[in-house]
Ligand binder design. Structure first.
Ligand SMILES: [Zn+2]
Length: 393
């Protein structure tokens, strides 16, 4: 018979649960923690004292409630003092931020990214942004780690970017390059941008409380972050969710991944620009130009948007049938396409998805907007702290 968890294991688990609660929900009274975590008052008091001793939370009187009697103390995350570095490597942007426990963005830098910039070239730019931010960090602050969101296929074991079809990355060690450049002794965790953005929306965004979520993220290509049964579904090696490379047209148009007929050749940036007769254009502004032209009555742009919306609904119908999500979130360029072609998407879903799979699906745009990858990257770093608070704190 396997031995049960030791007292130490139980304590670590309870510390993690308490810290996770205030990290996700913010300031919480001891009385609420007692109820929510199902622990008695003296245990909550002891756990809070432990977390407070290492500087992860603070305790204080609540704001005036007007009610009689001794108020319950409020436990707050030390958001200004405990933080993670977060990076987002997108096709046209590099973002770096310092994000406090509790999810507040304390400082940030956004940089343009020339297409084709490799990891070894991107890392010094991101590290430079971090060095600027480091000058403003209080002396007693604690950095618990760093997280990176990358548009590409990321090997779970070591964060190697195996393939970024739209960035030209093949076997790029962005995590190691950043760790070298930063010169700070904290782990760097790397994740796929759609997966990481889904993680953020699930933790503290529009999908909070939803256990089955499909987050479609478009940059130039398209990927999905999938939450199934409350857990991130990333596959054996970490490469799951590459829905943009579902084959939807046999021997169709060539895709940047090297194959043909992939879904993103119809709904990705290049597909929409091609259909709108703007094959020479590139970038988000060019794409927004198509949506704008469609809005103003340009017939070719309207056709391109309608077709892409139809293809988007077609693919989502398949994914709804496979994963039976309760919410589908459209992020990045998929947000723009969803807002421009909602009628086509709904119509396709209604005619192609199975009624039972579709009946409770809510279609949504992200609550965290374009910050979802950054916030999710920080969540990757905070996971380690939440698993064993006293080890990191
Ligand atoms: Zn492909």
């Amino acid at each position: 018979m396997r031995p049960g968890p030791s007292q130490d294991d139980v304590r670590r688990q309870n510390l993690g649960a308490l810290l996770r609660h205030v990290h996700v929900h913010g300031a919480t009274t001891r009385a609420e923690l007692t109820t929510t975590l199902g622990l008695n008052r003296s245990t909550i008091g002891a756990l809070t004292a432990d977390l407070s001793a290492v500087g992860l939370v603070s305790e204080g009187a609540p704001k005036e409630t007007g009610r009689a009697g001794r108020p319950s103390l409020v436990v707050r995350p030390e958001s200004a003092r405990v933080y993670a570095y977060a990076y987002s490597v997108e096709v046209d942007r590099l973002r770096a931020a310092r994000i406090g426990l509790g999810g507040a963005v304390l400082d940030r830098r956004d940089l343009d990214r020339p297409r084709g910039l490799l990891a070894a070239e991107a890392a010094p730019l991101l590290a430079g942004a971090v060095k600027e931010m480091q000058q403003l960090v209080p002396a007693d602050a604690i950095c618990v780690g760093a997280g990176v969101a990358v548009c590409g296929m990321v090997r779970r074991d070591d964060g190697l970017v195996r393939l970024g079809p739209t960035t030209g990355w093949v076997d790029e060690p962005i995590g190691a390059a950043l760790a070298d450049e930063l010169g700070i002794d904290v782990p760097v965790t790397v994740g796929n941008v759609a997966d990481v953005a889904a993680f953020a929306e699930h933790a503290r965004g529009v999908a909070a409380g939803c256990d089955n979520v499909l987050y479609l993220y478009g940059d130039v290509g398209v990927g999905a972050g999938i939450i199934a049964g409350g857990r991130r579904l990333t596959g054996h090696g970490g490469y799951g969710g590459e829905v943009g490379h579902m084959k939807v047209v046999r021997d169709g148009r060539p895709c940047e991944c090297g194959s043909r007929g992939c879904w993103e050749t119809e709904i990705g940036e290049l597909g929409i620009l091609r259909a709108a007769g703007r094959s020479d254009a590139r970038g988000r502004d060019a794409l927004l130009g198509v949506f704008d032209a469609a809005d103003r009555g340009d017939a070719r742009a309207q056709t391109a948007v309608r077709q892409a919306g139809d293809w988007l609904g077609f693919g989502v119908a398949n994914l709804v049938n496979v994963f039976n999500p309760e919410m589908v979130i459209f992020g990045g360029t998929m947000r723009d396409l969803y807002l421009a072609a909602a009628a086509q998407i709904r119509s396709r879903l209604n005619s192609n998805a199975l009624g039972a799979c579709l009946e409770h699906v809510r279609l949504r745009t992200p609550k965290l907007g374009t910050d979802a990858p950054l916030i999710g990257a920080a969540e990757l770093a905070f996971e380690r702290l939440l698993a064993d608070p006293l080890d990191v704190g």
